[in-house]
Design a protein around this ligand. Structure first.
Ligand code: B12
Length: 423
């Protein structure tokens, strides 16, 4: 069993309910989520910087797991610096290291020392050049927001220009940015707002921050507590934690948002890592505000709430799922359909596997391990491409699925489509 420990500050805040902004979720919820996050750390899987960042933000810094994760992230950062890495990945590593009181300019591992900030700066320059040239970033605006936030926290150049671009994007209704992307953009803009004296820039940032924050509050009011979907709640709540003065005198009903989170039984480590900081009234913005003194981590373990039973009764009855793969975007167009039978309670991945077994020449596919789990990167020999901004989108009827193939469980008779699309 892994130990769950909070730093004294957070512990006191939780106990008294008087954290910085008095918006703190019930102790048993935080404790359960943190335990799940710690249990998700597997020594044979790639280390996840978002998990370390979340543990640091809730003050759970005192376990062997924490030490192991920090070391692996440093090693992985050095390895990736040689092999190739995206701007967003570097930004997440920087946030994880900063929140662990480590200097990202001198990451030592595997006999090398690298400067992650100069790598980030260079990646950010590439993103900005692509935005200027093509109107779209090299990767995504989500990653550009992470980059901007990280550079702003360490006050390194480039973040003000990027903030202007992000603010204009979030204010432009044509941009159709997801809640997740707008939430991270808000964290970046909030950081820049606190670090600039330029009047025009502050006005633009204030407008962007207040527009997004108020839209999130509207969505929560209209959507029974949900902002976007259940998996965007974490980042949206972090954005609301960070922007209080931009929606004041309006109040955020954080208790309602927390009860939405409590009702959903989050299992995915990434989802938990994005939700957890907000449950203790914190956001990624505070990655550099943590107590780095030696007393940090001297902390009592909290009693854990009893683990909920996770065994599910699997019914032997098979279900039938209609599965189609469609490419009307690139090269030779195709559209194939198949009906497959899988045991009740199977994931969509099982449907893809049975389809491939039945007709391998049509329904072959490939997966890639990512921070959110297994992503389908290729079907019928057609592979998603970062350069072309293409991916395999999964839909049920006309609606995009809100989960990946390894967790989504189709119903009997459901029609799932995989459509080659652009983002
Ligand atoms: C950008 C993005 C995408 C882009 C990634 C493009 C790219 N090359 O960068 C695209 C458009 C391809 C995408 C696709 C999908 N996405 Co998406 N995506 C995001 C977003 C907004 C940011 C992720 C990111 O860039 N992180 C920063 C980088 C630095 O970290 P990273 O670990 O390297 O990021 C990688 C993974 O996040 C991965 N990824 C992105 N989405 C998904 C979804 C799944 C299920 C998996 C396994 C991996 C994965 O792609 C990133 C780049 O390699 C997140 C929002 C969030 N809250 O995190 C949603 C999010 C992760 N996506 C989500 C979903 C549902 C999907 C789809 C299943 C949608 C669909 N109906 O088809 C598909 C995946 C289908 C498949 N082929 O398996 C959900 C996942 C929820 C869950 N329970 O798993 C999120 C949380 C959004 C949400 N609130 O609903 N996504």
């Amino acid at each position: 069993m892994l130990s769950v420990a909070f730093s004294i500050g957070v512990l006191l805040a939780l106990a008294s309910g008087t954290a910085t902004h008095s918006c703190v979720a019930p102790h048993h919820l935080v404790s359960k989520m943190l335990q799940r996050l710690e249990d998700s750390i597997k020594k044979d899987e790639p280390p996840n910087p978002s998990v370390l960042l979340a543990m640091n933000l809730v003050g759970a810094t005192n376990s062997d797991n924490h030490k192991w994760l920090l070391q692996k992230i440093q090693e992985e950062a050095v390895r990736k610096a040689q092999e190739g890495v995206t701007s967003g990945e570097v930004a997440l590593d920087v946030l994880a290291l900063l929140s662990s009181c480590q200097n990202p300019q001198q990451v030592q591992a595997l006999g090398h020392t690298i400067n992650l900030l100069s790598i980030l700066q260079q990646k950010m320059d590439e993103e900005m050049a692509s935005l200027e040239l093509d109107g779209v970033p090299k990767t995504t605006l989500f990653s550009v927001s992470l980059d901007t936030l990280s550079l702003c926290l360490v006050r390194m150049g480039g973040y003000q220009e990027a903030s202007v671009v992000l603010a204009k994007q979030v204010l432009n209704p044509e941009s159709h940015l997801s809640v997740d992307t707008r939430a991270v953009a808000v964290l970046a803009l909030r950081c820049t707002y606190g670090r600039t004296e330029l009047g025009d820039l502050r006005d633009l940032l204030r407008e962007a921050l207040s527009t997004v924050a108020n839209d999130f509050l509207d969505q929560q009011e209209k959507g029974d507590g949900v902002i976007g979907n259940i998996y965007s709640m974490g980042l949206a709540m972090q954005a609301l934690v960070a922007t209080r003065k931009f929606y004041s005198p309006r109040k955020w009903d954080c208790a309602q948002a927390f009860s939405v989170v409590a009702r959903h039984d989050y299992q995915l480590p990434m989802a938990i890592a994005q939700v957890l900081p907000a449950l203790v009234g914190r956001s990624y913005l505070e990655a550099t505000d943590l107590d780095c003194s030696s007393s940090r981590g001297v902390s009592p373990s909290l009693p854990l709430s009893p683990k909920l039973g996770t065994t599910r009764v699997h019914q032997p009855t098979p279900i039938t799922v209609h599965y189609s793969i469609i490419n009307r975007l690139q090269g030779k167009h195709f559209s194939y359909s198949i009906r497959v039978e899988v045991p009740h309670g199977s994931t969509l991945l099982k449907v893809l596997q049975v389809a491939e077994e039945k007709e391998p020449h049509r329904f072959s596919f490939q997966l890639e391990q990512t921070s959110w789990g297994l992503m389908v990167v290729s079907i019928h020999g057609l592979t998603a491409s970062v350069d072309d901004r293409t991916y395999w989108q999964f839909l049920s009827g006309g609606d995009a699925l809100q989960e990946g193939v390894a967790t989504y469980k189709p119903r009997d008779g459901e029609h799932i489509k995989a459509v080659f699309s652009t983002y």
